[in-house]
Write a protein that binds this ligand. Sequence first.
Ligand SMILES: C[S@@+](CC[C@H](N)C(=O)[O-])C[C@H]1O[C@@H](n2cnc3c(N)ncnc32)[C@H](O)[C@@H]1O
Length: 149
Amino acid sequence: MFTFRPIGYVHSPYKDTSSIPRGLGAKHEAEGTLEILREFEPGLADIEGFSHLYVIWAFDRAEGYDLLAHPPTDEKRPHGVFSTRSPRRPNPIALTVVELLRRDGNSLHVRGVDMLDGTPILDIKPYLSSIPEEKLRRGWLAEVEARKG
Ligand SMILES: C[S@@+](CC[C@H](N)C(=O)[O-])C[C@H]1O[C@@H](n2cnc3c(N)ncnc32)[C@H](O)[C@@H]1O
């Protein structure tokens, strides 16, 4: 077993899940703040140089899990939870890529939040993509995109 403690919390405009864009083509452009606890602030040194960050966070308001998930993008059939981004997973861990707008002490102002206000942050890492687009396969999502145009 592992025990994680939050390094900070998300301030987001979303107070309930129904207000978060979902489904095919949903755009995540909402701005929010990642407020890092003071004790971890020294760990933010040099972060300003990165345009985008991975935010690893906890689905703290999800309960239980399903091994077959019904993502809002595909009403036709369920998909294995590990091929979806469902909050209802055995380990309720989430990953969001955000754009870093600016740092203000222990607060990171970011664009692209899809978390509820008050969500605990487990970790932050710089986003570095090295996989050429032509090598990426989009699995069942590509089928849905083709079907729905
Ligand atoms: C589909 S998940 C994707 C999250 C992340 N980008 C990922 O891929 O792991 C996003 C949804 O999680 C739900 N959610 C957001 N914050 C949450 C929280 N703190 N606890 C539980 N569910 C949350 C909302 O319904 C939101 O639309």
